[in-house]
Design a binder for this molecule. Sequence first.
Ligand SMILES: [Zn+2]
Length: 168
Amino acid sequence: MNKLFPAIMIALCVAIGGTVGTTHAATHYVLGYSSVDSGKGLEWGGSTAYATEWNSSIATWNARGKVTISADTMFTLQDLTVSDAYSPAASWAGVYTYKGAWSAETLQFNTYYLDRFSSAQKQNVATHELGHSLGLAHSTAGMVMYKYVSTVTALGAQDTGDYTYLYP
Ligand SMILES: [Zn+2]
């Protein structure tokens, strides 16, 4: 636990909205938008100082097997632009911003917080924000998609259930 910055108090992001869907008895937490293209790809560009954690978060979601997250090339259209920002006044450690159909979304990491986070916390933020870009909304405690920073880096039952709801 980081004593200077109690992680539980820091909101991960300000991704807005979110709708709740249900299938049978299960509740699903989804945004109603995402950065996933019609070919079930998510091509990202830009860069971050937290490349190790970022790449681990990509591997975590790619292991689900339905959406392919990959680095943008000159032959693909960029769906998501990743960058770092130094924002001491902000309450977010990471933020995903949806732009609409014809513009790449942005995903920003706040170096003010992440530079003080453990590797697990950094990976939690990266996996969480990437989850937003896949269309997942905030869900329940203990999940990657819970709204507060934690050391959780593996997807939980609600995380995978919401992913499967969006990408059956
Ligand atoms: Zn969030």
